[in-house]
Write a protein that binds this ligand. Sequence first.
Ligand code: AMP
Length: 552
Amino acid sequence: MTKFSDLALDPRVLDAVAEAGYETPTPIQAQAIPPALEGRDVLGIAQTGTGKTASFVLPIITRLSQGRARARMPRSLVLAPTRELAAQVAESFDKYAKNTKFTKALLIGGVSFGDQDKAIDRGVDVLIATPGRLLDHHERGKLLLTGVEIMVVDEADRMLDMGFIPDIERIFQLTPARKQTLFFSATMAPEIERITKAFLKDPAKVEVARQATTSTTIEQKLVKFTPTRRDRAFAEKRAALRALIRAEADTLTNAIIFCNRKMDVDVVAKSLKAHGFHAAPIHGDLDQSVRTRTLDSFREGSLTLLVASDVAARGLDIPAVSHVFNFDVPSHPEDYVHRIGRTGRAGRLGKAFTLATPADDKYLGAIESLVKMAIPAGELPEGALDDASDRPEAARGGRGASSGRPGAGRGGSRSRSSHTREDRAEPVAVADEAESEDVVVATPAPRPTRDQRPAPRGEDRQPARDTARDTARESARESARESVRDPVREGGRSGERGNDRPNDRERHRSDRSDRGERVVGLGDHMPDFLTRSFRLTEPATPDPAEGDAPDA
Ligand code: AMP
């Protein structure tokens, strides 16, 4: 079996690896490090959790350990889809380059441009960035990418999900053609394949098996229940979640609770807090400083329950998570794998519970065929739903009381406007009635302050505004993914959302676009003469082949 010492890594890097406690490279490391050290392009098909970060970090430090960085011209570039992942990669560089003079800068949204500019001005060996923020720095003339010798694209499939592919293509074009590219993706969607064909030169293709979807260290349980009423489903799921958490108290040290949508992340976190649990939300609409603080306290153990969206939590390396709860069954089956893979890491035991209602059957089918097993059935603890009040929520009064969510009254205009605003990640009226958990409602989506709103044209070179613009852009991309709606389940919650179902709005929108595409008054067939140009100076010559020539 290959050992790290068999790889031609810089001795100082080898020391750091040993100090980190690693002796044997993971399969992706064993396969990717040798060609990367030779200077070849690498196409790595591997998911997070396989050790892929070190498979590019170690060769970069080794290859760039000689030479010096020039001001504003980073020697290598790592692109990551989210700020948290970028920060995690930066930590990895700190860990493995600690015995060298290797320098780095991290360019992510939500951090002031000034400090980042200073770091780049000094010259760095590696620049770790999210694509939007990188392009903003480049557009401001503060950064030259012509000195990039090695470029890494990490989590390319996630970049695709978040709409970053055009940015990635642009960044490729701004870097020298002769550079080395290390490209990592969990899957090879056609769009990803196209990019790799366009920008990688004869890459060494390394592929590690999909993450152990049914890792033996993870005990999975599917807890199915049928809500007493459709409009009670959300409240009863929250009660079921609380009961499951309480039932696991003996072994639960900490847990990540996944919701499909960020607004549910907020409500579930608030609800848990109101019931005395130590919970906090994390999703793409939250301010970066809040996200960082929340993750730090979860990592260090002062926060027990992290309620998360897929985008915010995917790929994060939090070594010791005892439990994962899927508050919602994910619509993308691979998200199930990512979610449960947050627990049972590094040989530890973990438990993953998935709450499901009959509306989830279709998604469960897709998950079970992906993981090639039926998820073992679990039971709801006795009396689990007892503390989901029997009273219809609408009857309790209070603002937005019908579902425990903002503006969820049946059909009223207030309901509609609240939801619409929420979709745009703007704040809604807060109805915080802590005495009753089902009306605990707050959507702490930050409203941009005056300074944070996108700058008018021509003013966007001002750092403060750029920070906000970039933050808003990144958040919008994360939000776009987090707001993906599921028509089947939306229908199932129609009672909760009143008339504000996205389906209705989407239908209106598509009706409009249908109308726009029609040729009004002429049906689908446009007479040929309408497409011809008219010559006003000379009489048109009839074309015998066309029959009816235009009569100008
Ligand atoms: P990654 O896939 O890069 O997010 O890495 C997942 C986890 O594996 C991180 O906690 C790494 O610190 C850890 N790791 C990386 N390389 C090794 C290794 N060779 N042996 C054991 N664990 C590793």
